[in-house]
Design a protein around this ligand. Structure first.
Ligand SMILES: Cc1ncc(COP(=O)(O)O)c(C=O)c1O
Length: 437
């Protein structure tokens, strides 16, 4: 049957099916041991942070490979040799920025003009929001699994513009894990349908929830809101998905897709990005304005109506740390050498399934997800008489590093392609001992 014989809905379902089919093929190959995992020891050994500890905080900050640090230092030196403020340095600075924008655009499956550079996820989420023409009486729909900084930013916009905030309760509703994906998608879409208001003008949701590790069907939301009377903007916090989960087609359908290089991409802290839709570029006015927002620096521009870049650079501000760009590109190149995002995710899923199963076998420990996790984030609750903060400290004394989460109260251990089975075993032994004591 030719594709022209399918309805649009069927085509979308089919595309989605292929994405998940591809992930599950890799997972099943990985689980049966047939998957030829590429050698990752080389990457692990490039990360000094991993030499001295058992690390599970990739979702907080990824370890920086030595060669990325070298690339940063080399770039810093080059800037000092050519400049720092001379006509000779500008072509180098411009080429660093362009190369990074191009590489991030490729990772996200979008054109470079839609990528703006930021310092972190939060500013990528919030800066473009401030410039949107929201009106008093409209509604924001924000999931109950968003990061506190993003929620606080949205709340302040809502307060100033007299916008109502509705909460999408997914924290306790979406706990299925990676299997029964269709059921999760259906129940999610039903839930969001119930909480959308006639006047909802913005939806705020993460691609991978930082607390439960659940994967959100962003494409389905984007389809759903096409028929909504206000066509709400879709803001996706990609802090936990960028460089972990295949994100082509997802970054493309969000209005704002904001990410950072310092978590799953294992880049330096202080550099992130935002992918903005054409709608945002047309409808949002620059907010925190500086010389980088202007298409040409100079007084002559002051009275001109269109002085800002037409592309995502209109939300960039001013001087930032250029050497970091080389570091992030190097880290992304190293990850891509280990496999594409599907291959890498299959390894991550194998590890997270293993940890999830072993946690399930400890009496009193309760993973948040009922099924194997769809990402490398594995969150779990402890017996009531144990404080999560105390356990983080106790494990830290053994150089086992994970973090506690406050909502819901739990611990979170993240597994990346550099994680090893013996690290999982060490964590399981340490947790069992602490709980028995
Ligand atoms: C989902 C999510 N959003 C936002 C942030 C904040 O990141 P940044 O400091 O890069 O803004 C984090 C950090 O953990 C996060 O997990």
């Amino acid at each position: 049957m030719g594709i022209q014989n399918f309805s649009q809905e069927e085509v979308l379902k089919t595309e989605y099916f292929y994405v998940y089919q591809s992930i599950s093929t890799h997972i099943s190959l990985a689980l049966t041991g047939n998957f030829q995992a590429k050698e990752v020891d080389s990457l692990r050994s490039l990360m000094p942070a991993l030499a001295s500890k058992t690390y599970f905080n990739y979702g907080g900050q990824g370890p920086l490979p030595t060669s990325s640090l070298d690339a940063i230092t080399a770039s810093w030196q080059k800037i000092q040799e050519l400049g720092p403020f001379t006509n000779k340095v500008w072509p180098y600075v411009a080429s660093e920025i362009q190369a990074t924008r191009n590489q991030l655009a490729k990772e996200c499956g979008v054109s470079p003009n839609r990528v703006g550079l930021t310092e972190n996820v939060t500013s990528g989420c919030i800066l473009p929001l401030w410039g949107l023409p929201f009106c008093a009486g409209e509604h924001f729909l924000i999931s109950d699994c968003e990061h506190p900084g993003v929620i606080a930013g949205c709340k302040e916009i809502a307060r100033r513009k007299e916008i109502n905030i509705d909460i999408l309760p997914i924290q306790s509703h979406l706990r299925e894990g990676k299997d029964n994906r269709k059921d999760t998608e259906n129940s999610f879409i039903e839930l969001i349908g119930k909480h959308l208001h006639q006047k909802t003008c913005l939806i705020v949701i993460s691609h991978v929830l930082w607390n439960t590790g659940q994967l959100i069907p962003i494409n389905n939301i984007s389809e759903l809101i096409k028929s909504h009377p206000k066509k709400p903007y879709l803001l996706v916090d990609a802090a936990q998905s960028f460089a972990q989960i295949p994100l082509k087609d997802v970054a493309n359908v969000a209005d704002i897709y904001a990410f950072t290089g310092h978590k799953w991409a294992c880049g330096p802290e202080g550099l992130g990005g935002m992918v903005l839709s054409n709608r945002i570029l047309q409808e949002s006015k620059p907010t925190l304005i500086g010389w980088r927002s202007l298409y040409k620096e100079g007084h002559s521009l002051f009275d001109q109506p269109n002085k800002f870049h037409k592309d995502s650079r209109r939300f960039e501000v001013a001087t930032s740390c250029i050497p970091l760009l080389a570091g992030l590109r190097n880290s992304l190149n190293l990850l891509n050498k280990e496999g594409d995002t599907y291959e890498r995710l299959s390894k991550i899923l194998k590890l997270s399934a293993n940890l999830w199963k072993k946690l399930n076998s400890i009496d009193g420990i309760q993973p948040l997800l009922k099924g194997e996790p769809p990402s490398g984030l594995v969150s779990f609750m402890l017996p009531e008489n144990h404080s999560t903060k105390d356990i983080v400290n106790l494990l830290g004394r053994k150089e086992l590093w994970l973090r506690d989460i406050e909502s819901p109260i739990c611990l979170r251990a993240c597994l990346h392609i550099t994680s090893e089975e013996n690290e999982i075993n060490q964590l399981i032994i340490a947790l069992s001992e602490i709980i028995k004591a």
